[in-house]
Design a protein around this ligand. Structure first.
Ligand code: CO8
Length: 275
């Protein structure tokens, strides 16, 4: 019952097996204070048990996807909390960054899809948080950037690693070294954003639709595809193909694969057991 978690900086809602996590710090354009990071960690840590068998042996697929967004009309997340970060010691900032980086790994390795619904500024740590998600959808008024060099900093929440994976080294260097802010439409053109929607209503609708599409598929296959994509991401072609081959072969004989292929042959809709 994740929506019953007491959170001071997040709004949680579960509807139709979709969890919406809304970062809510209106006084600071949803900046990532240590409390936001701690609460996001609590939520995503709980979600890591999805797909695992419970006491009676049934896997928990009660949540089939997550939408991560920001509250209010102006920001997704305007970055790390600059005011709070300034006063940290080197050791404190290491712990803050380590916690935040680990959170991005938990998001990437979650067995269900996470859609970043970027409804305004996604700067610094906000852009980095979005990049940990499986898909980035944006509203027309969204803006992306890694402005850390303007603060005497560099990206620290995965930006030096993931931005080049999304957009290639040339665009990543240009964005990180200039700190330039780009609108949603340009972010889509360079491959950071998958879809641009006219407003927040359409944005949330599109995110829900995508999760519904994923939820109609085999949840174990979706989780396996997510794992294989991540594992192969930084590998040379041959090593990546080897990972894919093993993961593909591992699907054979699973109840979901048996059901999915039987449903195709029998021309009916599959009813995946999630095993
Ligand atoms: N941290 C703290 N407070 C913030 C932040 C922030 N990142 N962003 C905005 N706020 C606050 C403002 O201080 C302001 O507060 P107040 O009303 O008390 O003065 C309020 O939010 C509204 O902001 P503005 O008045 O500045 O609104 P504007 O419309 O004029 O400007 C901008 C909006 C352009 C988004 C502007 O606020 C801005 O540039 N914000 C900072 C963006 C930024 O530099 N982000 C990167 C931060 S560094 C970072 O993310 C490093 C990541 C690695 C750390 C890993 C651990 C998580």
């Amino acid at each position: 019952h994740i929506e019953n978690l007491e959170c001071a900086t997040l709004e949680l809602e579960v509807r139709d097996a979709v969890l919406t996590v809304r970062v809510h710090r209106p006084e600071a354009l949803n900046a990532l204070s240590p409390e936001v990071i701690a609460e996001l960690r609590e939520v995503f840590d709980l979600l890591r048990s999805l797909g695992r068998a419970d006491a009676v042996g049934d896997p928990d697929w009660s949540i089939r996807g997550v939408i991560l967004t920001g509250s209010g009309g102006r920001a997704f997340v305007a970055g790390a909390d600059i005011t709070r970060m300034r006063d940290m010691s080197r050791e404190e900032v290491r712990a803050y960054t380590r916690d935040a980086q680990e959170l991005t790994v938990w998001i990437e390795t979650l067995p269900v899809p996470v859609v970043a619904a970027v409804n305004g500024f996604a700067l610094g740590g906000g852009c980095e948080l979005a990049m940990a998600c499986d898909m980035i959808y944006a509203s027309e008024n969204a803006a992306f950037g890694q402005p850390e060099v303007a603060l005497g900093l560099i990206p620290g929440f995965g930006g030096c690693v993931r931005l080049q994976q999304y957009v290639g080294i040339a665009a990543a260097r240009e964005l990180i070294l200039t700190g330039r802010r780009i609108p949603a439409e340009e972010a889509q053109r360079i491959g950071l954003v998958s879809r641009v929607l006219p407003d927040t209503g359409a944005l949330m609708g599109a995110a829900r639709e995508s999760i519904a599409l994923v939820a109609a598929q085999s949840p174990t296959a979706v989780a396996a595809a997510k794992r294989a994509i991540r594992a192969a991401q930084a590998l040379p072609t041959d090593a990546g193909l080897q990972i894919e081959l093993e993961a593909f072969a591992d699907r054979f004989g699973t109840p979901d694969m048996t059901e999915g292929t039987a449903a195709f042959v029998e021309k009916r809709t599959p009813r995946f057991p999630g095993l």
